[in-house]
Write a protein that binds this ligand. Structure first.
Ligand code: MN
Length: 158
């Protein structure tokens, strides 16, 4: 009996340490932390499925780019579109897709970056099962985004 504390304390310490370094637990903790606000549900027709937008920075005479945080629920995506001055995507959470016309679909994960060239039709969105969060930095000095046709289920799943 007199040894019980001698054994229990180190065991408790080992157990506590193991719990705190559990990679699954760390992953779920990271997933629950929003870097930027989710914003409002997008109600225009440029998206398929449910997506949210929080504008972070508006373009002005000093910085000719706008910055927005876009959250796509699983299966949600943009229509095909192009940006006259290009776009940069920074992936902050989840798993998503990016595809340029004529190229194969790329899978994107947290920490990935994409440089969309000017005037190249493309789409981006969430994967089938996992939501996707991206910060979009869009050049504005050469005009507005050109919206094209919907990304069909066949194109999305290809
Ligand atoms: Mn785009």
């Amino acid at each position: 009996m007199k040894y019980s504390l001698t054994y229990i304390l180190p065991l408790a310490l080992v157990f506590f340490t193991a719990c705190n370094s559990d990679p699954k637990k760390e992953e779920s903790n990271q997933h629950s932390v929003l870097v930027f606000p989710q914003g409002e549900k997008i109600t225009n027709t440029n998206f398929t499925g449910t997506a949210y937008l929080q504008m972070l920075v508006d373009a002005d005479s000093l910085n000719s780019v706008s910055v927005g945080n876009v959250t796509f629920e699983p299966g949600a995506r943009t229509k095909w579109h192009s940006h006259p001055a290009g776009q940069i995507l920074l992936v902050t959470d989840g798993v998503g897709y990016y595809q340029e016309k004529g190229q194969s679909k790329r899978t994107l994960r947290k920490g990935d970056t994409v440089k969309c060239p000017p005037n190249v039709p493309h789409w981006h969105g969430a994967s089938v099962d996992i939501a996707f969060v991206q910060v979009a930095i869009t050049g504005r000095e050469k005009g507005e985004t050109v919206w094209l046709e919907e990304v069909t289920d066949e194109e999305y799943n290809r």
